[in-house]
Design a protein around this ligand. Sequence first.
Ligand code: CP
Ligand code: NVA
Length: 323
Amino acid sequence: MNLAQYKPLETFSQKHLLTLQDWSEDEILHCLSLALKIKAMQKRGEAQTCLRGKMLAMIFSKSSTRTRVSFEVGTTQLGGTALFLSTADIQLGRGEPISDTAQVLSRMVDGIMIRTYKQSDLEALAKYGSIPIINGLTDEFHPCQVLADLLTIYEKKGTLKGLKLAFVGDGNNMAHSLMIGCSKLGIDVAIASPDGYKPNPTYTAWAVANAAAQGSRVTVCTDPLEACRDADVLYTDVWASMGQEGEADVRRKAFEGVYQINDACLSVAKQDAIFLHCLPAHRGEEVTAQVIDGPHSVIFDEAENRLHAQKAVMALLMGGIRL
Ligand code: CP
Ligand code: NVA
């Protein structure tokens, strides 16, 4: 499958990006091919104006480098303006109902990107607001990251369907979104997590059903080497996510010494396997410095692709862009 020659959809009917489970295979491919096009335009220095006069509110209840910068820079590059709203400063953080916040912001801005804890808060914004809502990470999902990851995998491998991605570590928001995004596109996914930290069974069931429709596989196991065997892509994430700092010691005991992408994982993966990490990373914990700073690692191409992928999401949901 060549994304550069992908035949775009006639209409893009999604209003929000809450989770990639809501998007079809074609909608995801449409977004990725638009991201490639937008990236090429940016590299050629061609002006992009689909968000001219539009305003994105960015609500953050958690820290961010890549998400904040990619949305803020991306909005500006598309001709719009981004407004950074920390919940430490806005009334939402003091208990103003999310339903009121949704209705107020809908009168003033053209879209909301939110990074928060509960997925249900995003759903409430979508329910009570009238503008597009974009998930900038919740405890459950991180779909924007996965769009950038899929873009990176495509650029490095020249294809998506038929590949195998191995995820070693916590069955967290990244594991959920990777399972969902990959299974929608026919990429095999193998997750290795310790007992007690496996992905949520509901989301695993969604991914297994997506994979069945594609003729691909989603498996969850305990052994990292089993997951990494013959993988084209090796992926990991932190042992304790934002909001779980208080559990860091308990988590360390569950993961340490086993749930790490290292040379042993590389030795059982395909020879040309690439290493991805959403970042921020903890060298010596979930990944060795040798791997993350070594020749298989493409983490900075991946981080750059956050910008291009997020621009494609905004162009589709807020800019009315058709390819
Ligand atoms: N990967 C990612 O979302 O990075 P930030 O937390 O820096 O936004
Ligand atoms: N799982 C991590 C991802 C950070 C981008 C977290 O939620 O903190």
